[in-house]
Design a binder for this molecule. Structure first.
Ligand code: ADP
Length: 240
């Protein structure tokens, strides 16, 4: 996917909502400090399709984290529109944004331990994630998901009793349970060895095929290899 050449993209309206888990239209994000103003994103227009892994790549400072924060509804643009699912989110007040985030957006952080609670077993972690999302999920669904991710025999294990790769696959399970609209993953394999990273990526690709939308920032060529689409950012702009 190259957002600017996507046939669903028009200059004035951006990608159409059809098939898109999230989209940005002409988004500008500027940070102001006491001494300077930095434009992290300059009129970015793109769509994140459902059922795909979209990887955001670019050099340090290109605007990847800023883009993920906007798509993940933790920050707002200075101008332009951000949509998650069918809802425009950039104008929402903090409370409404929090509610939307809880129901529709999951995060997967770089360090496996940051994604999990140390005192809960694997099944309980996933059950809690579903409850936080307000999604009715039964134990059989949780068991199926853990089995699909190669963790079927680890249901009672707490994070300290799992390897880094198993922890991150458990975090993937928590991120997709309850069918969020979008999973935002910030360098999710950066702390894993190659074998573990490949299993996490395979899990993401497998789950994307069931309809989940992942947007992943990464420098990791292994991540780019499983991507269904790539967004290249440089100096806050989408480049071909
Ligand atoms: P990346 O994730 O690609 O490294 P970022 O989105 O973190 O890029 O940053 C884009 C630009 O915005 C960089 O120049 C960075 O220094 C600047 N920036 C990011 N966050 C802030 C902030 N909170 N305050 C000031 N400048 C920021």
């Amino acid at each position: 996917m190259e957002p600017r050449s996507d046939p669903s993209t028009t200059a004035s309206e951006g990608p159409t909502s059809e098939g898109m888990a999230a989209r940005c239209v002409d988004v500008v994000k500027t940070y102001r400090t006491a001494t300077e103003s930095v434009t992290a994103l300059g009129r970015v227009t793109l769509g994140i399709p459902r059922g795909r892994v979209t990887v955001v790549v670019g050099p340090s400072g290109a605007g990847k984290s800023s883009l993920l924060r906007l798509l993940g509804c933790v920050d707002r643009p200075d101008s332009g529109a951000v949509h998650v699912g069918d809802q425009r989110v950039d104008g929402l007040r903090a409370r409404a944004r929090r509610g939307l985030r809880r129901r529709h957006v999951s995060y997967l952080f770089q360090r496996p331990g940051d994604n999990l609670l140390p005192y809960l077993g694997a099944t309980e972690q996933v059950r809690l994630a579903a409850a936080m999302r307000g999604a009715p999920v039964d134990d059989a669904q949780i068991e199926d998901l853990l089995t699909r991710l190669g963790l079927g025999h680890r249901g009672a294990h707490r994070p300290a009793e799992l390897s880094g790769g198993e922890q991150q696959r458990l975090a993937v399970a928590c991120s997709v349970i309850g069918s969020p609209t979008l999973v935002v993953a910030d360098e999710p394999t950066a702390e894993l060895d190659t074998a573990a990273a490949e299993r996490v990526l395979a899990a993401m690709a497998d789950l994307a095929a069931t309809g989940v939308a992942f947007v992943v920032s990464s420098h990791d060529p292994r991540v780019m290899a499983v991507a269904d689409g790539t967004v290249h950012l440089d100096h806050g702009r989408v480049v071909a």
